[in-house]
Design a binder for this molecule. Structure first.
Ligand code: SAH
Length: 275
C-alpha cells in the first residue's frame, strides 16, 4: 500500500435500491451488496438489501446496521468510519441515492468531518450507484407523463422553508413544466399538500392531469389519475409520488402522456417548421 499500512483498503458504495421490487434493483447494486461486509441504512431499506443478499445466499457474512430515518447524518458518519477502518460498506437508499437521499448526506458528513477523520474520509474509495427513482417508476406505470421538460420538488419542509417551495412551484407552473412531488404529505405535515393544491389551482387550469402513484412496484401499488379539479389531499401520503402534467398532458386509452413536441400540432409536424 502507498502509506505502508497493512490495513485493507475500505470502500464506501452509496447504492439505490429502486422503488421496491427486487427486479428493479440494478445488477451493479446487487453485486455491490453481495460483496459488502457492512450494510448501513434506514430499517426497511436494509431489509430490502437483506432480501437481495438472501436470494443470492450471501446474507450471513454481512453486518447489518439499520437505523431510524431521522438520523441521516449519523448514519453517513457511521458508514464513513466503517469504510475508513477497511470495511466494504454499502449505504442503501430507496430509489436513487442522489434524489433526496443518502448520497448528499454522505458528502455533507465527509465535508464536515472532524479534523482527525478528514483526510481518511475525503480520500476514501467512494462510488455512487444509481437506482430507479420513484418518479420514473411512477411515470412508466402511468404511460409517459414526464415525456417533455419536467422538474422534481421535495415537499418536505423539514429541510427547507415553505416560501422556497412555494416560489419553485409557482415558477415551475409559470414555465409550464410537468412536476414530480416527493414526500407530499405526512401525518406531521398534513397542511403542506393542501397548500400545494391551492397553489396549483391558482396557476394551472382545472383540467390539468395529476397522477397519484403510491408504493409503485410493491404489492400495495395504487395508481390514481385525476384532474386538478378532482384532486383531494387524502389521495397522497408518504408512500406516494405525485406527478402533475404540463398543459399539453393528455390521456389515450388507459395511459397518460405528455407529447414530445411542445406548441406544435399533434400530427408530428417537423420541429423545424415550428411557428
Ligand atoms: N431516493 C428516493 C426518494 C426518497 S424521498 C427515490 O429516488 O425514489 C421519499 C419519497 O419518495 C416518498 O415520500 C415518496 O414520495 C417517494 N417514493 C419512494 N418510493 C416510492 C414508491 N415505491 N412509490 C411511490 N413513491 C415513492
Amino acid at each position: 500500500m502507498v502509506n505502508g499500512s497493512t490495513a485493507p483498503a475500505g470502500r464506501l458504495t452509496i447504492a439505490g435500491l429502486g422503488p421496491g421490487a427486487l427486479a428493479q434493483i440494478t445488477p451493479e447494486v446487487a453485486a455491490a451488496l453481495q460483496s459488502a461486509t457492512d450494510v448501513v441504512g434506514y430499517l426497511p431499506y436494509v431489509a430490502r438489501a437483506r432480501a437481495v443478499c438472501g436470494a443470492a445466499g450471501a446474507e450471513s457474512a454481512v453486518a447489518w446496521h439499520a437505523s431510524d430515518n431521522r438520523v441521516e447524518l449519523d448514519r453517513a458518519r457511521q458508514a464513513l468510519a466503517l469504510a475508513a477502518q477497511g470495511r466494504q460498506v454499502v449505504v442503501v437508499s430507496s430509489g436513487d441515492p442522489g434524489v433526496f437521499a443518502m448520497a448528499s448526506a454522505v458528502f455533507e458528513a465527509m465535508e464536515n468531518a472532524e479534523p482527525a477523520d478528514a483526510v481518511a474520509w475525503q480520500t476514501l474509495d467512494v462510488q455512487v450507484l444509481p437506482g430507479i427513482t420513484a418518479m420514473l417508476a411512477a411515470s412508466a406505470r402511468a404511460g409517459a407523463p414526464l415525456g417533455h421538460d419536467f422538474c422534481c420538488i421535495n415537499l418536505s419542509d423539514n429541510l427547507k422553508p415553505w416560501p422556497v417551495i412555494e416560489k419553485r412551484v409557482r415558477l415551475a407552473a409559470e414555465a409550464d413544466f410537468a412536476m414530480a412531488f416527493y414526500n407530499p404529505r405526512s401525518r406531521s405535515r398534513p397542511e403542506g399538500f393542501v397548500r400545494l393544491l391551492d397553489l396549483l389551482r391558482a396557476h394551472c387550469e382545472p383540467a390539468r392531469l395529476l397522477v397519484f402513484a403510491r408504493a409503485v412496484s410493491t404489492p400495495d401499488e395504487q395508481l390514481t389519475v385525476c384532474t386538478l379539479a378532482e384532486a383531494a389531499p387524502e389521495m397522497a401520503d408518504m408512500r406516494t409520488v405525485v406527478l402533475v402534467g404540463n398543459s399539453a398532458t393528455r390521456r389515450v386509452g388507459r395511459f397518460t402522456y405528455t407529447p414530445r413536441f411542445y406548441g406544435l400540432p399533434a400530427d408530428g409536424a417537423s420541429p423545424g417548421n415550428a411557428p
